[in-house]
Design a protein around this ligand. Structure first.
Ligand code: NCD
Ligand code: ZN
Length: 350
């Protein structure tokens, strides 16, 4: 007999929707809106979403592609640059639809060229965010070329994040896509205005999946998968019931030719089956009962938004399925849903 799991509709607190120009926006909107109530929409487009006016027209493009009757709500973000002004932050608050500001250290990841070169330069904007209660969403990796790529998150915590939260102790901060036990510990020890998102790829895998038996570019994302002790710390945090940790898929689609490439780009497209994959990870940890808090409650609570009230149902079947090898997207392009090899027992049925 199959097992059913009904939970409050989840939200995705870290999502890359992309844009209309190459067809990806429609694909991701379809996959997301069928299950997520809301999503925090990342601003790392080209050009980046740095003003409220840009966020507004991007939001309109998203809404225009929603399936009829969909109640999905995109929660917009601004991309913090060295030039972001306190007055733009005020406009963000007034807009009602901009819910957070994203901090990419310049050069840390995909489309981060316009990011912050020195955190001190953005203190006026951060002080305004602190006083208005707008969360800062942090891509927590240093870009110092002398720091090993596997250590960039831990070093960022020491060099940038610790001093930042001492200076701006009331600011709401989400440490996005935590990948190390150092980051987990930092968040646990910090005050209640510090939270964190956890992706499903970091719960399901460690770096062996990416590097043993050949280089598997679809496992490559930033921050990069770490060793198993870190994966274990992330699983423990996600399944602990600690309200500081919540679902942020960081689903980030790239075209097949750019992933399967001599210089493959960073990002995993998990939106096609995000909640089913998280259910798989929680079940493996023997903690399926903790999925609802992580996926549907704690993120909304952190952002001060109401929890969703409707439900979704997942069915666990005896026979697993795998995601398709690729899906067509836009003209002559394909996206590879991640992860290919994983047996998925859960399926969204309502
Ligand atoms: C993201 C992307 O492709 O936009 N890539 C990734 O590996 N996670 C950017 C990001 O969130 O770092
Ligand atoms: Zn991201």
């Amino acid at each position: 007999m199959s097992q059913m799991l009904t939970i409050t509709r989840p939200d995705d607190w870290h999502l890359h929707l992309r844009d209309v120009n190459d067809g990806r926006l429609q694909t991701v909107v379809n996959d997301t809106a069928k299950v997520m109530g809301r999503a925090i929409v990342m601003p790392n487009l080209k050009p980046a979403i740095v003003t409220v006016a840009q966020a507004s027209s991007y939001r309109d493009r998203i809404l225009s592609l929603l399936p009829a009757g969909s109640k999905f709500e995109p929660l917009m973000t601004l991309y913090l640059t060295d030039k972001t002004s306190p007055s733009e932050i005020k406009l963000a608050k007034e807009s009602g639809f901009v819910k957070a500001v994203k901090y990419y250290p310049a050069g840390a990841t995909t489309n981060s060229e316009d990011g912050v070169t020195d955190i001190k330069k953005v203190y006026p904007a951060l002080e305004e965010m602190q006083s208005l209660g707008i969360p800062l969403l942090v891509h927590g990796e240093v870009v110092d070329p002398s720091v090993d790529v596997f250590d960039r998150e831990a070093v960022f915590i020491d060099r940038v994040l610790q001093p930042l939260i001492l200076d701006l102790s009331e600011m709401k901060v989400v440490v996005e896509h935590v990948t190390t036990r150092e980051a987990v510990q930092f968040v646990i020890d910090a005050s209640d205005n510090i939270g964190a998102t956890i992706t499903v790829q970091h719960l399901l895998y460690n770096r062996n999946a990416m590097l043993v038996g050949g280089i598997r570019p679809h496992f490559y994302c930033l921050p990069v998968l770490k060793r198993d002790i870190h994966q274990e710390a992330l699983i423990a945090a996600a399944t602990s019931g600690n309200k500081k940790f919540f679902l942020g898929s960081d689903s980030a689609p790239h075209f097949l030719t750019l992933k399967e490439n001599s210089c493959g780009c960073a990002g995993c497209y998990t939106a096609m089956a995000a909640i089913e994959l998280y259910a798989t990870a929680f079940e493996k940890a023997g903690a399926i009962d903790k999925l609802e808090g992580f996926a549907s409650f704690y993120g909304a609570d952190f952002y001060g938004l109401p929890r969703n009230t409707d439900k979704i149902t997942l069915e666990r079947s005896a026979t697993p399925r795998q995601l398709p090898r690729s899906i067509p997207c836009g003209r002559d392009n394909f996206i590879v849903p991640f992860p290919q090899e994983t047996d998925i027992y859960w399926k969204l049925v309502g």
